[in-house]
Design a binder for this molecule. Structure first.
Ligand code: NIG
Ligand code: FE
Length: 414
């Protein structure tokens, strides 16, 4: 197959360098002016100025994709997403608008349990079709890779069904899916008041199947007051690590419980949410290089304070941004909204936001060796914007300005 060469990028934002990026490095995008990218068999072969690249390829045959003086950057990676689910919870949202709290609705038997009922009833085919339409929306906003969680089954069959759907999507849709086992998302009604026994059930009956069939890369847990304690979370995540699943946590979201410290203690790849992280949690995550995946659209939707992203970056924590798309606390997968909230409410700079959605997000799914930047050897997941500079991303509030999406070296959306 002929090489594909993207030429004339007014700004070729490479985001190259070691990942995850921390502190000042987060604002270093590494921009090549009038840049070009050479792609062969879906992999980036080299980058440089258009002049250099065209001269180097003289006499060879290749296909040109002329960026026409626009900005070119790595595809966005959404490293925290719950897009495989049945049913909707619009009524609960209307209650929250009137002042009901997310946890109060959950304690009354709504919330996650509500989606569990609908997801248990849905067939694997129905869930796959719904998931594909959700992936279509993501692709149009420049998401080239998404992490997807189970967690709406909370029993063996449905957890496996959700993970099968996440795995089935490979080859059926251009957006690449990284599956996470989130069996410990809530205590199901069958185990009400017995969260410890439910954790044992997951460890003894579900995790071995997930590992044996290689259905998930990560194990995640909702470590939260009234859901799973720090000790229960540790027990599950360590058992999963023994079977080869890396750790992620929903940590310190509603109250400060110590999930961030646990993430550092057990070498988790990421700790997510962190709306109420302690100073100690920040220090320990920085020391252990645990990626802080911040989810501003959830804070916005729950009307909670935003995570202390600015402080985390300044104190050396690698920060990623993700959507947390789910049917309850955050019904949006909007990258433009996340960018707006991070810029206007979390004091992150345009460059830091791009790093957080690309190379640091790749680190949050432990894939920074092959995704997240435009440099030789990496997969060619690349966006062309409608405008010449990355500064137009936060400037367009809540507006999608992605013009073309390239996945594994092929134009998949325009
Ligand atoms: O990340 N916090 C727990 N899990 C999701 C919400 C899931 C739901 O409400 O359906 C979250 O916010
Ligand atoms: Fe989540």
């Amino acid at each position: 197959m002929k090489r594909l060469v993207i030429t004339h990028a007014a700004e070729l934002i490479t985001c190259q360098g070691c990942a995850p990026k921390t502190g000042l490095a987060m604002s270093q995008l590494d921009i090549i002016e009038d840049g070009a990218v050479v792609i062969e068999d879906g992999i980036i072969e080299r980058t440089g100025s258009t002049e250099q690249i065209v001269a180097a390829l003289k006499g060879t045959e290749y296909v040109t994709l002329d960026a026409g003086g626009k900005c070119v950057l790595p595809g966005f990676i959404d490293s925290h997403n719950h897009f495989v689910f049945g049913g909707y919870r619009a009524e609960e949202f209307s209650w929250r608008l009137k002042g009901d709290s997310y946890m109060a609705i959950m304690e009354r038997g709504g919330g996650i349990a509500n989606t569990v009922r609908a997801t248990r009833q849905a067939s694997r085919e129905e869930l796959t079709e719904l998931a594909k339409t959700r992936l279509d929306d993501m692709l149009a906003m420049g998401i080239t890779t998404v992490e997807g969680k189970s967690g709406y089954g909370l029993d063996l069959d449905t957890e496996i069904k959700q993970l099968e759907v996440l795995n089935d999507l490979a080859g059926q849709h251009p957006v690449e899916v990284i599956p996470t086992f989130l069996g410990a998302h809530a205590v199901p009604s069958e185990y009400q008041g017995h969260s410890g026994e439910f954790i044992d059930f997951l460890i003894e009956k579900v995790l071995p199947v997930v590992a044996e069939r290689n259905l998930a890369k990560f194990c995640d847990v909702f470590c939260e007051k009234g859901v799973f304690s720090v000790d229960e979370s540790r027990k599950l995540l360590l058992a999963a690590q023994k079977l080869g699943l890396k750790s992620k946590l929903h940590a310190d979201e509603i109250v400060q419980l110590g999930g961030s410290e646990l993430a550092a203690e057990i070498g988790a790849v990421s700790a997510d949410h962190l709306l109420h992280i302690s100073d100690m949690g920040i220090a320990q995550m920085a020391e252990k290089n645990v990626v802080a995946t911040l989810l501003p659209a959830t804070a916005f939707s729950l009307r909670e304070p935003y995570a202390r992203g600015r402080e985390m970056i300044d104190r050396g924590v690698p920060v990623a941004l993700a959507s947390d798309f789910n049917p309850g606390s955050c019904f949006t997968q909007s990258i433009p909204l996340i960018i707006a909230l991070a810029a206007l409410n979390m004091k992150m700079s345009p460059a830091e936001i791009i790093t957080a959605l690309t190379i640091n997000a790749a680190a949050a799914i432990d894939s920074a060796d092959r995704l997240g930047s435009i440099e030789a050897g990496k997969q060619a997941d690349i966006l062309i914007l409608e405008y010449p500079s990355h500064l137009y991303l936060p400037y367009h509030i809540g507006m999608n300005i992605v013009e073309t999406v390239v996945k594994k070296g092929k134009v998949v959306w325009t």
